[in-house]
Write a protein that binds this ligand. Structure first.
Ligand code: SF4
Length: 202
């Protein structure tokens, strides 16, 4: 099964297929892999030793960054994520570590987890995708319902105290208008986190 895969100059880590959302634009709706990878559907979830071994076997020093992303929400396995990130910081301190997340880590864990990222993760890319709770719930269909959006914003605001670079993202999917983009920008300005527009990958 594919635990790590290459995307451009990054080594991506596939920890889980679990996710509390069912986004309308999710890449998982369109196939089994991403960016030319083999299937990212896991037979089972790899433990920290297996993930670390897969990273080492891929020669991480060849890559500009290690990215926890994959075919699911990486903070569904926060303990393993942070354990592996800690090993990376110990053994490859010069390689930046990024997490691509839907920002629902607090709701998944049942409490605030922002401080746990300190010293282990260099950047966080948090999906915003909508300018209000209703729009977010309709587009991303989180199992936590309408409280999800506020939880994402709180997580983003809090985690920037512990992670050097935090950005929020929107996907330029069909129907994402300039008006929606402007509204998302206003939300990000309010909480002091930059916004990045991601390409829609089919
Ligand atoms: S949060 Fe990410 S993995 Fe989960 S459904 Fe949405 S796009 Fe897919």
């Amino acid at each position: 099964m594919t635990v790590v895969y290459e995307v451009k100059d990054g080594l991506y880590v596939n920890l889980t297929n679990r996710c509390p959302c069912a986004c309308a634009f999710c890449i998982r709706n369109n196939g089994d892999g991403a960016y030319g990878s083999d299937s990212l559907w896991l037979d089972r979830e790899p433990d920290a030793d297996e993930v670390s071994a897969a990273i080492v076997a891929a020669h991480p020093e060849r890559f500009a960054e290690i990215v926890f992303c994959g075919y699911g929400e990486p903070t569904e396995r926060l303990d393993v994520l942070l354990e592996v990130a800690g090993r990376l910081k110990r053994d490859y301190p010069d390689i930046p570590v990024r997490v691509n997340t839907n920002g629902l880590a607090d709701l998944i864990a049942g409490g605030s987890v922002a401080a746990r990222f300190e010293g282990l993760v260099d950047s966080l890319s948090i999906s915003l995708n909508a300018a209000d709770a209703e729009e977010y719930a309709a587009l991303c269909r989180p199992r936590f319902g309408l409280e999800s959006y506020g939880a994402i914003l709180r997580f983003a605001e809090e985690v920037k105290r512990y992670v050097p670079s935090v950005v929020m993202t929107v996907v330029a999917a069909p129907g994402f208008t300039d008006g929606k983009l402007a509204a998302c920008r206003a939300v990000c300005e309010r909480i002091g986190v930059p916004l990045r527009v991601r390409d829609y990958v089919t």
